[in-house]
Design a binder for this molecule. Sequence first.
Ligand SMILES: NC(=O)c1ccc[n+]([C@@H]2O[C@H](COP(=O)([O-])OP(=O)(O)OC[C@H]3O[C@@H](n4cnc5c(N)ncnc54)[C@H](OP(=O)(O)O)[C@@H]3O)[C@@H](O)[C@H]2O)c1
Length: 340
Amino acid sequence: MPEIVEHISLVIGVLGVTVILWSVLLGVLRLVRLEWVSLGGRDTLVENEDLRHHLRLHARDGGHLHRQVSLDATTMRGGRKLRLFCREEQMTDRFSLKGRIALVTGASRGLGLAMAEALADHGARVVLNGRDPETLRSAAAKITNAEFAAFDVGDAKAGPAAIADIVNRHGKLDILINNAGIQHRRPLTEWEDGDFERILAANLTSCFRLAREAARVMVPRGHGRIINTGSIAGILARPTIHGYVAAKAGLHGLTRSMAAEIGRHGVTVNAVAPGFFATELNQALLADKEFTAWVERRTPAGRWAKPEEIGGAVIFLASDAASYVNGHVLSVDGGLSVSL
Ligand SMILES: NC(=O)c1ccc[n+]([C@@H]2O[C@H](COP(=O)([O-])OP(=O)(O)OC[C@H]3O[C@@H](n4cnc5c(N)ncnc54)[C@H](OP(=O)(O)O)[C@@H]3O)[C@@H](O)[C@H]2O)c1
């Protein structure tokens, strides 16, 4: 009997010491902020703050032909990943935008800024546009590989001049995102001719003009991507936003007519049709609790979208992965436009 007690005490003692040593080791690793990582079979210690960055760089390595890193993470105490087993393989990344030059209009905030960040994240050099140089300067400073060109998309001379300048400096323009847009809400009987024309000029005519200019550069090179920011309002109408609905429906049509003509030259023209995104454009709607609740009830996703949720669609349409997608209007609306 005493022998059994002695054995049990010994086992408990050994377990206790093991637990203490393990905790000390975890504590030390946490203290010196290191993670133990196995990359492609090679065990490496990586500073844990750099870990995500390190793996992303790894995944991007080589641009087009690059390594995919798939992770199998064992979550340890406190939800921290202690050991990552990585499998690397060579693959062609059809979503890479490395080396591409992109102009994104209306990119000082909101959806345009989120699109620019997504494109840059996938390797493109982005030119941010908006009307205010100071806002653009600080937005561009937060993105790796970004610059800006301040101009009003409604200015018939400034837009084409900005494209000419990009081509002069970079030798090409691969991607144009016609995203700048404005809104005007009034009962029909209170709409002035000038309001309607102003909304059409900013949301539709400007897209035609910039796309035409981009096509003049892209068609001779045999490659290009034009992406227009349409709207679910171009598919389904709402009261009070007459100019906007007309402009966005027109932009969906323009997307198709341009695609039909220049597709054979390796240039695709597509559109995204966002649903309800929480941006400055919708400030008045977001402040209205009743309307906000209606959006949540009406949208199958049950919520408003965050600006960054537009990124995936744009990367896809801008990339080689969408080489045979042309004239398409891709709804990014949480299912709103397909449900009653
Ligand atoms: N948010 C949504 O739920 C939603 C839904 C469907 C479609 N959309 C469309 O998505 C696009 C972006 O909307 P958002 O929500 O991101 O709007 P936002 O937050 O108001 O941003 C609009 C952007 O366009 C720029 N801009 C406006 N007029 C311009 C002009 N004449 N020339 C150059 N830049 C101009 C603004 O910068 P400056 O004011 O500094 O020039 C800003 O960068 C618009 O085309 C909009 O119609 C949005």
